[in-house]
Design a protein around this ligand. Structure first.
Ligand code: FEO
Ligand code: CA
Ligand code: CA
Length: 732
């Protein structure tokens, strides 16, 4: 156990890390890493021929080969309310819920009394995806800058009881439950969305964020956002807020992310549907069959998860009524009947232009969009982004731009977005049993997507994009075990995606297939049964001809989550050990400095034994399991029904997979980025203490977590920065 020594995150220790930030360029060049000048040249890969089949991306250096082994000792699973990293590493909180982001904002009291309006300039809650953009002394993008940068991050959701003095103030119960404190709701509006902060590394190696940076910005549920692409300005996007359908107010449930070769940030709207209030029993009577089908497919029904629509009286600009998706006015321009159509998109933000209006890119499709991951960037070829729809039984998508990449667009900001993100083709993945797969285009007017599609008469391509799930159903795409993050290997272009888990109800044993092949009982230590694919897996694919825009691919399963002690033949198929067993992979990311694949978990299954974690992996490539990788898995469900499925498994990783971090109590680990030199990792810790009972609001000693501030403090989501005590590259 290492967390009792220097690896424990000690929030009261404000001394410098004392890291020796020496020049280790010799080390770097020995491992094929690039120096600063060469990193700038790496940017030019986009416009020049690539070395081998390297998947050069814009934000960082790219190693030529992966290291032979990991350079740290695995940390042990644990349930402690601390953040554990390996010996020789230090993790420190950098940016916590409520931290001030402007000069005149006071320090966060964290007792529920901080003024609601101040949250427009404070860190949001539930930190999620995060991206580092290096900047130079003039504030311009600088790919190789490892001492000064912008961190852009998502704030997915909230833990309401810790935002307010006594948790949310309510009246009523059940369907009549209502929010009565509008200032609390305003606070919640502000802590959703996105933060842009400037960070810098001091001469002693310590990182901090700059409270008064001109780049600091919050984008939240009240920010004006324009709609662009084929679905913009169509009838389905008209609201009282924007009678032309050209804009919407805010972004919500920002989960994972993406970025572009022109250095913009793509925040992705995941479980948006639950925020809207719509009583189907009465509203359906006013709706067309198509509208009802769309609401059902996307789950737009219910009270609204934070009950924002219940605040009375409403304001003239419908600050609260905007969350009511029911028909209440004469026309679509008089109410918010269409508001849910304006969420579920990729939202492009230019972090270098704080005055710019973000744009929702409708050509990329609408679903519970986890993220948007850029494929290999090559001049003269289309740009490609991969995405998952994070719900059990949903699909994996790929967007291919119509325009071919021109490196001259790298400095054009959102204008480049208009070119590459507003016109393209959207595909959905079908995984075949033989280890092959195909991308099926969501195109209006095709054989299966048209005005005769059973159950939904599509009108045009905008209708297809808004209702991408229904179009993907029509194409017979493969229903996956809840797609979470994707990541593209910078060395060979292989695409990875986590399938976090599934349960017996949504993946019954009869519905197993080669790409989602397991159903088992992941029994907890107290004997409680957990049937289904309780621990999840990570799938990967290689596009045909090493062409990201290809219509075919080869796939295998990179890793299966499991307890180390689980049945090696049917459950622990990747041979996990005590040093690397995990459950429910969620965050996934490749370091461009080292080629290490980082895996983060958001788990509810193995939590009898350990808090959520982050692991480092050194992957091979699709098919590296060879003939032995073709495995027939025998599954057994709770009723004793047995089914055999043959799947394709990658080579076991052995000690090329190791647990690097375990988080504090009841958190999820999600979001990771790095300084371009690979010497600092920025990792987000989301919702520590999330299962705190509301009845315990005045009883801090009963709270499961006080991380990161310790004592009897309220827990806070936070970004931590992880450095190696000798100043070296993380993971090596
Ligand atoms: Fe927001 Fe897919 O987790
Ligand atoms: Ca996630
Ligand atoms: Ca999650």
């Amino acid at each position: 156990m290492t967390y009792e020594d220097n690896s424990e995150l000690n929030p009261t220790d404000n001394t410098s890390i004392g890291a020796v930030v020496e020049d280790r360029m010799q080390d770097l060049s020995r491992r094929g890493l690039l120096n600063g000048a060469a990193a700038t040249a790496a940017l030019m890969f986009m416009g020049a021929s690539l070395p081998k089949q390297a998947a050069a991306q814009s934000l960082s250096e790219v190693p030529e080969m992966r290291p032979a082994k990991l350079g740290f000792k695995a940390v042990a699973k644990n349930l402690a309310d601390i953040l554990t990293v390996p010996e020789g590493y230090t993790a420190r909180p950098l940016f916590r819920l409520g931290d001030p982001m402007a000069a005149n904002i006071p320090a966060y009291k964290n007792d529920g009394t901080d003024a609601a309006a101040s949250f427009a300039s404070r860190a949001g809650d539930h930190h999620d995806a995060i991206q580092y953009f290096g900047i130079d002394a003039g504030g311009n993008y600088a790919a190789a800058s490892s001492t000064r940068g912008l961190l852009v991050m998502n704030h997915e959701a909230i833990t309401p009881m810790f935002l307010h003095a006594k948790g949310p103030t309510m009246t009523g119960t059940g369907a009549t439950q209502a929010r009565t404190a509008s200032d609390e709701v305003m606070r919640e509006y502000y802590v959703h969305g996105v933060s842009v902060i400037e960070v810098e590394r001091a001469a002693n190696g310590a990182w901090s964020y700059k409270q008064d940076s001109r780049f600091n910005r919050r984008i939240h549920t009240l920010t004006e956002i324009s709609l662009s692409g084929p679905a913009a300005k169509t009838a389905a996007m008209i609201t009282k807020y924007s009678p032309t359908g050209a804009a919407t107010r805010g972004t919500v449930n920002n989960c994972a992310h993406g970025y572009t070769p022109w250095n913009s940030y793509l925040t992705c709207e995941e479980n948006f549907a639950g925020y809207f209030r719509r009583t189907a029993a009465t509203d359906d009577a006013k709706r067309s069959p198509k509208e009802i089908a769309a609401f059902r497919r996307y789950g737009v029904a219910g009270t609204g998860r934070e009950l924002w629509a219940t605040v009375t009286p409403d304001t003239a600009d419908n600050l609260y009524g905007r969350w009511n998706a029911e028909i209440v006015g004469a026309t679509a321009a008089d109410d918010y009947r269409n508001v849910a159509n304006t969420f579920g998109w990729v939202v492009e933000i230019d972090p270098f232009n704080p005055a710019s209006t973000p744009r929702k890119r409708t050509a990329m499709g609408r679903f519970a969009r986890e993220g948007s991951w850029l494929g290999p960037v090559r001049a003269g070829r289309p740009l490609v982004w991969y995405a998952g729809d994070d719900s059990r039984g949903e699909y994996i998508y790929k967007y291919v731009s119509d325009a071919n990449w021109d490196p001259a667009d790298a400095t054009r900001g959102l204008a480049a977005g208009d070119k590459y993100l507003d016109a393209g083709k959207l595909y959905v993945a079908k995984f075949n049993a033989d280890g092959g797969g195909e991308w099926l285009e969501l195109k209006f007017g095709g054989e299966k997507i048209n005005a005769q599609t059973p159950g939904y008469a599509f009108a045009d391509q905008a209708d297809v994009l808004i209702n991408a799930r229904i179009a993907a159903d029509a194409l017979g795409a493969t229903k996956m075990d809840r797609p979470e993050w994707g990541a593209v290997d910078p060395i060979n272009g292989t695409v990875y995606m986590t399938l976090t888990n599934n349960n017996a109800a949504l993946r019954p044993i009869a519905a197993l297939d080669a790409a989602n092949p397991r159903h088992f009982n992941d029994a907890r230590t107290n004997g409680t049964a957990q049937y289904g694919n309780a621990n999840g897996h990570i799938i990967r694919w290689q596009e045909a001809g090493d062409n990201a825009a290809a219509s075919a691919f080869r796939w295998d399963i990179f890793l299966f989550g499991a307890r180390a002690a689980a049945d090696p033949k049917n459950v622990n198929l990747s041979g996990l050990t005590a040093d690397n067993d995990f459950s429910s992979p969620d965050g996934l990311w490749f370091s461009h400095a080292t080629g290490i694949c980082w895996i983060q978990t958001d788990d509810g299954a193995y939590t009898d034994v350990t808090n959520c974690m982050m692991l480092a992996a050194l992957p091979g490539s699709v098919g590296d399991g060879g003939a032995a990788g073709k495995k027939t898995v025998t599954s057994t469900d709770a009723t004793g029904t047995v089914k055999e499925v043959t799947t394709h498994v990658g080579a076991p990783l052995g000690d090329k997979l190791a647990r690097f971090l375990v988080g504090p109590a009841q958190c999820e680990i999600t979001g990771i980025t790095e300084s371009p030199d690979g010497r600092a990792l920025f990792v987000n810790i989301q919702h520590p203490g999330e299962d705190t009972k509301p009845a315990d609001v005045d009883n801090p000693s009963a709270w499961p977590s006080h991380w990161p501030d310790g004592g009897m403090s309220r827990p806070r989501s936070a970004t931590v920065v992880i450095t190696k005590n000798d100043g070296g590259v993380i993971g090596l």
